[in-house]
Design a protein around this ligand. Structure first.
Ligand code: MN
Length: 318
């Protein structure tokens, strides 16, 4: 049976359009990221959101394979009406779908990397902007490979407690080495890249600017924003947001928490303030729901993506 034509429809994830608001009650209806319609057909899309439920590269606590599910669930409250802080419905301007999740050959780690890269490449080959819900931070390496193949070398803005430039040997599948691997593969414009919120010590910086957490707290949000903009300038860039950039008080649900990080408010203000940089893609990684409390971590992570999506909509709107 079908609903009568004048019955308001919920379950936007499979009934809705690629544009416009959804009207599902926050607590009900089929879940997708911000209630976008699921589709494997991305032709004509401005924005594709997908999940990479991968956590086989962690050095400590696993669980980020459940990240995409949690991020989708808590994003139900961002259902396509006017959003804060842009005050616009991003989906009035962006044709968007939720592509579902990346199919991963779990028993083959190198195969997982290839699957992420190839599926990402296929999506962005259509001209769509890709927002990825992780997954541990290793996934950024194959994501960068796909984005750089299309856009050329990219500046990276990385919010993180960790530099992820440890060395486990060339080709390592690790969430703590992916930035070193990306530098080795010449994917990154290191002179224009910056890591923000760092509060661990890695043996090398690879020429990337490091804005550690204590410096960042001294500078304040406005000072951090200025440093990021100054470093990146107008070159094409990629945003990778490790939720452990936040203090464990605001993001307990993560695999490698470190005390002394940003509040959710500080981080969101930073992401919002750098919205005019020339970002070509982004990911939100390391949300690990088994360690979360009251969805705090997932809510912060979903808000980071929601802010980024609003920025894309403002650019599209002109
Ligand atoms: Mn990290």
């Amino acid at each position: 049976m079908t609903e009568p034509a004048d019955t308001p429809t919920i379950d936007h994830a499979f009934t809705g359009d690629r544009r416009g608001p959804a009207h599902d009650p926050t607590y009900a209806g089929a879940l997708s990221f911000m209630r976008r319609r699921y589709s494997k057909d991305v032709s004509g899309c401005d924005l594709v959101i997908w999940g990479v439920p991968f956590d086989l590269a962690v050095s400590n606590r696993p669980g980020t394979r459940f990240g995409p599910q949690a991020l989708r669930r808590v994003s139900a409250i961002f259902d396509g009406d006017a959003q804060y802080p842009s005050r616009i419905d991003p989906f009035e301007h962006l044709s968007a779908v939720d592509y579902g999740d990346c199919l991963l050959p779990r028993s083959d780690l190198q195969g997982c990397a290839k699957a992420i890269e190839h599926q990402a490449a296929a999506i962005i080959a259509t001209g769509a902007h890709l927002v990825t819900l992780g997954g541990d931070h290793f996934i950024t390496l194959p994501l960068l490979r796909a984005h750089v193949a299309r856009h050329g070398k990219l500046a990276v803005v990385q919010f993180d407690a960790h530099q992820d430039t440890w060395d486990d040997g060339v080709g390592a599948i690790s969430h703590g080495t992916f930035m070193l691997e990306a530098v080795r593969e010449d994917l990154i414009d290191v002179e224009r890249s910056i890591q923000v919120g760092i509060r661990t010590v890695a043996p090398r910086d690879c020429g990337i600017e490091v804005l550690n957490a204590y410096e960042a707290h001294e500078l304040g949000v406005a000072g951090v924003i200025e440093r990021i903009k100054l470093r990146v300038g107008s070159v094409p860039a990629y945003l990778t947001f490790d939720i452990d950039a936040l203090d464990p008080a605001f993001a307990p649900g993560t695999g490698t928490p470190v005390a002394g990080g940003f509040t959710a408010a500080e981080a969101l203000r930073m992401v919002w303030a750098i919205r005019d940089l020339d970002f070509r893609g982004m990911d939100i990684v390391e949300v690990s729901p088994p360690y979360d409390h009251a969805d705090a971590t997932a809510i912060a992570g979903a808000a980071v993506a929601q802010h980024y999506i609003q920025a894309l909509a403002l650019k599209k709107a002109g």
